[in-house]
Design a protein around this ligand. Structure first.
Ligand code: ADP
Ligand code: NI
Length: 222
């Protein structure tokens, strides 16, 4: 299996060459390492965790005209080419299919432990300083506004509304990032999420403080 993991690393690096900086090889590498850290604290199949973490963003529908099957197809073909056995392949594909935040409404009630671990790792990389950086990078990539005091966050969007949302980057904190801490499945991820969550709150506090200083500095209308 060591070889399969090394081959998967090479395959993902090559495939994600030139990807948006929040969903590139470095994101995958952080998620893989976080997933390994969490996996060491749980009684799980570490091969499944590693392969799913490595392949989870191989073809994000956001960057492929909404195609939700492409990642599964690419992953299946790759795992087959590596002669990974059917049981592991099906477990890995199941995780890739159900990992996404926007798909959480469609997920089965009882999730396999390996999915929980990779999801926790992906969610840890969505919060904290890295989460903030990724979110502003994605907002810039989409040419979204950073912030507009007149556009309130939309809470409880369904999957279609979430995908279409072109709200502000600051609103994404309320629509997703600040919700993640309480959605962590494992003890290890829950404790790692605390510091990252608090850092985002500090960031938002400072952001509004500086924004309102700028507003207070406006010349009077007349
Ligand atoms: P998932 O990978 O669970 O499907 P998303 O793809 O929606 O979740 O989000 C992955 C990351 O992409 C987010 O954590 C965030 O950094 C960035 N992102 C997604 N949607 C937005 C958005 N509307 N504004 C800013 N960043 C976003
Ligand atoms: Ni991801």
């Amino acid at each position: 299996m060591t070889n399969v993991i090394a081959n998967t690393v090479n395959f993902v690096k090559k495939t994600l060459h030139g990807a948006e900086a929040g969903h590139d090889w470095f994101h995958t590498e952080r998620v893989w390492k976080l997933a390994n850290q969490i996996a060491r604290t749980e009684d799980c199949n570490q091969t499944v965790v590693q392969l799913a973490a490595l392949l989870h963003d191989i073809a994000d529908p956001k960057f492929h005209n909404g195609d939700e099957n492409l990642a599964l197809q690419i992953s299946r073909d790759f795992l087959e080419s590596e002669a990974v056995n059917d049981t592991i392949t099906e477990q890995v594909l199941f995780i890739i299919k159900h990992l996404s935040f926007k798909n959480r409404g469609d997920a089965p009630a009882e999730l396999p432990l390996e999915l929980k671990i990779v999801q926790d790792a992906d969610r840890l990389d969505a919060i904290g300083a890295i989460g903030i950086a990724r979110t502003f990078n994605f907002g810039g990539y989409k040419n979204n506004l950073m912030y507009d005091p007149d556009i309130p966050p939309k809470l409880n969007m369904d999957k279609e509304a979430y995908k279409k949302s072109n709200g502000t980057t600051i609103n994404h904190f309320y629509e997703k990032l600040l919700l993640l801490k309480d959605l962590m499945h494992t003890q290890k991820a829950r404790s790692m999420a605390e510091e990252r969550h608090a850092f985002m709150q500090t960031f938002l506090h400072q952001f509004y403080k500086e924004w309102s200083v700028a507003e207070a500095g406006q010349p009077a209308d007349n």
